[in-house]
Write a protein that binds this ligand. Structure first.
Ligand SMILES: Cc1cc2nc3c(=O)[nH]c(=O)nc-3n(C[C@H](O)[C@H](O)[C@H](O)COP(=O)(O)OP(=O)(O)OC[C@H]3O[C@@H](n4cnc5c(N)ncnc54)[C@H](O)[C@@H]3O)c2cc1C
Length: 267
């Protein structure tokens, strides 16, 4: 079984600050970590390998400092690591990111299972997994909370988390799965893993190695335009109603009527 886990290095905060002039993330003074959801993807990849044999590869796209995140993946048990890094990839929106990652996966001759996090805690779109699947022409299933089985006929059965339950899905591999935190409990790095990580060479891939259309990379290949990024103003005013439910509802209705909002029974 060949497993590729896509990991993104993100700022160690969900309180992302934006430079209002350049509309880009302010990264200074903020430590970088592996996107928390990707830690679950790494763990799941290692568990599949432990059960079915094979290898786990971690793949990331980003600047050279992402090597640090990939080495951390090695310390956890990942076998090999690849970094897509080139100035031509910079400024990519999710469309260009998915295109580039898919080209990287193609160069690695694909995988049986490609694991990703359900979303990155900075970009937060959850679009990269489905986008990579589209580029590769393979199925994807998002929000996976459990891999139930992988059989010899090349089928996988998973549980996909829903708001009020879950759905069981059978798919043919190769498949892309994006995972939620309910899927497992990520392990800590072992001493052996840490030593292996220290000596591990990260394989860096640039646009020259990839069979890629330069017009679909980075800023040039990113049709998404950021018109404005701003921190929403803190809500002012407001009132918290306290007391017995009946009294609170009566007070709320009276406040709504007072504010000119029509209330009444729905016909
Ligand atoms: C409107 C818009 C404009 C943007 N403009 C810019 C810009 O000008 N410059 C810029 O640098 N960024 C920009 N970004 C951010 C950039 O698009 C995202 O960092 C990137 O496309 C990943 O999207 P995401 O963070 O939403 O990932 P998600 O889709 O939420 O991530 C899901 C999963 O995909 C995988 N994944 C995501 N990104 C990577 C990666 N890089 N390597 C490996 N795996 C990955 C991980 O497994 C992750 O858990 C922009 C984003 C948006 C929404």
């Amino acid at each position: 079984m060949k497993i590729i886990v896509c990991i993104k290095q993100v700022p160690d905060t969900t309180n992302v600050k934006i430079n209002p002039e350049t509309n880009t993330l302010i990264r200074e003074g903020v430590e970088s970590i592996i996107n928390p959801f990707d830690m679950y993807a790494i763990e799941e990849g290692i568990r599949i390998k432990e059960k079915h044999g094979g290898e786990v590869i971690a793949l990331s796209m980003g600047p050279p400092q992402v090597e640090q995140a990939l080495k951390e993946a090695v310390s956890l048990g990942v076998d090999d690591v690849y970094l897509l890094s080139d100035r031509a990839f910079a400024g990519a929106d999710t469309l260009a990111t998915a295109y580039t990652i898919a080209a990287g996966i193609r160069l690695l001759k694909g995988a049986d299972i490609i694991l990703m996090g359900k979303q990155a805690i900075d970009g937060d779109t959850g679009q990269v997994g489905p986008g990579v699947a589209e580029n590769l022409g393979i199925p994807h299933i998002t929000d996976i909370r459990k891999i139930e089985s992988i059989d010899d006929s090349g089928h996988i059965i998973v549980e996909r988390l829903l708001e009020d339950g879950y759905v069981r899905i059978k798919a043919k591999i190769p498949v892309i799965l994006t995972v939620v935190k309910e899927i497992n409990e990520p392990r800590l790095p072992s001493l052996k893993g840490k030593i292996k990580a220290k000596n591990k060479e990260v394989n860096v891939l640039t646009n020259k190695e990839l069979d890629i259309d330069m017009d679909r990379l980075g800023l040039t290949g990113s049709p998404t335009q950021v018109i404005k990024i701003f921190t929403p103003p803190k809500p002012s005013g407001g009132k918290i109603l306290k007391g017995e439910t009946k009294e609170v509802v009566a007070e709320l209705l009276s406040e709504l009527v007072h504010a000119g909002i029509p209330v009444g029974k729905k016909e």
